[in-house]
Write a protein that binds this ligand. Structure first.
Ligand SMILES: Nc1ncnc2c1ncn2[C@@H]1O[C@H](COP(=O)(O)OP(=O)(O)OP(=O)(O)O)[C@@H](O)[C@H]1O
Ligand SMILES: [Mg+2]
Length: 313
């Protein structure tokens, strides 16, 4: 961690977060299924941290855990701090939608009965809110006529931009963006991400959740790699310039799967949460596996980043 980063204010600090779901087996029997385990990460003011991982790795759950909007059958453990203070339910209620905002993954989060303008203004009708709303929509390439449209009249890309405009309307300190670029071609995706970059440059912290490692490397400061409900590595975006700077074999596999590095797929798939291994979650696919990998592996600092693996670089 560089001196400059140390000095930046910590906005969000997630420590040892675990999330599990209660599932009914038959009529009476209940079982707990772990979906996230021992997840820790930090977002500081003025930086953009990307969480990258394949489908089902727990990215949205992390976002929902921080926002306090987990489903009723979920329970969680661990600590979440915001600006150095424990993020209690009461505090979260005050901050959610104002200082801490989520740009959710699906357009279904928009209210189908409210026009775009009403949603971005969040019900306010005063002149200042109207002017601000028009400016926000314009910033995301949407004309004044969009204000009168209902969600069903918007294309998927437009709906996503409306959600971003609504979320950042109040100049939040922490923005969590859950997959803001699905289905967009590369240039459009870059354009959307450049806005999040701007938000970070203006001093807010941005937690970007994405499948797209290449875009994450281009726009974020740090990359946190998720797999099977936990983080296997945290690297500086610049570490992806060379394979040997990457700390975990899964991150190296992702590196080799990138278009510029040969598109090489790795054998095997991420385990389902029903079958998470007891030890290292990547052990069944790992080219470096040893006997000790069947034991739980802790997350440790290594060469300016973090890794959940015994091996040194
Ligand atoms: N309400 C729920 N009940 C039970 N399991 C759930 C529930 N919501 C999510 N999960 C499980 O938690 C795991 C992580 O889900 P999550 O939505 O966070 O994945 P993700 O990384 O966001 O995937 P994607 O990239 O497809 O959006 C998955 O195995 C999912 O099936
Ligand atoms: Mg998701």
């Amino acid at each position: 961690m560089g001196q400059e980063q140390k000095e930046k204010t910590s906005l969000l600090s997630v420590r040892h977060l675990s999330i599990s779901f209660t599932r009914y087996k038959g009529w009476w029997k209940q079982e707990q299924q772990q979906a996230i385990q021992d997840l820790s990460l930090e977002v500081r003011a003025g930086e953009m941290v990307a969480v990258v991982g394949s489908s089902g790795s727990g990215k949205s759950l992390l976002a929902h855990g921080v926002m306090g909007i987990l489903p009723y059958n979920a329970s969680w453990e661990g600590d979440i701090f915001y600006k150095g203070e424990l993020l209690t339910e009461d505090r979260l209620r005050e901050l959610r939608g104002r200082e801490i905002v989520l740009v959710p993954q699906g357009a279904s989060y928009l209210n189908p009965f409210m026009t775009t303008g009403e949603q971005v203004r969040q019900g306010r009708r005063d002149l200042e809110s109207r002017t601000q709303c028009r400016k926000s929509l314009e910033r995301y390439g949407l004309g004044a006529e969009t204000e009168l449209l209902y969600p069903f009249q918007l294309s998927g890309g437009m709906a996503r931009r409306v959600m971003i405009a609504a979320a950042v309307q109040k100049r939040p300190c922490l923005v969590i963006a859950d997959e803001p670029t699905p289905g967009l071609h590369k240039e459009a995706a870059k354009w959307v991400l450049s806005h999040f970059r701007e938000i970070a440059e203006d001093g807010a912290g941005v937690l970007l959740i994405t499948h797209d490692l290449e875009l994450a490397i281009e726009t974020a400061d740090r990359i946190v790699v998720f797999y099977a409900g936990t983080n296997l590595e945290e690297a500086q975006a610049g570490d992806f310039a060379q394979e040997r700077q990457l700390r975990h074999p899964y991150t190296r596999a992702l590196f080799h799967a990138m278009p510029g590095n040969g598109f090489q797929a790795t054998a095997g798939t991420q385990p389902y949460k029903e079958d998470f291994p007891k030890g290292c979650v990547y052990e069944p696919r790992c080219p470096w596996r040893e006997e000790r990998c069947k034991q739980p592996v802790s997350y440790r600092q290594l060469e300016g980043g973090w890794v959940r693996c015994w091996r040194d670089l």
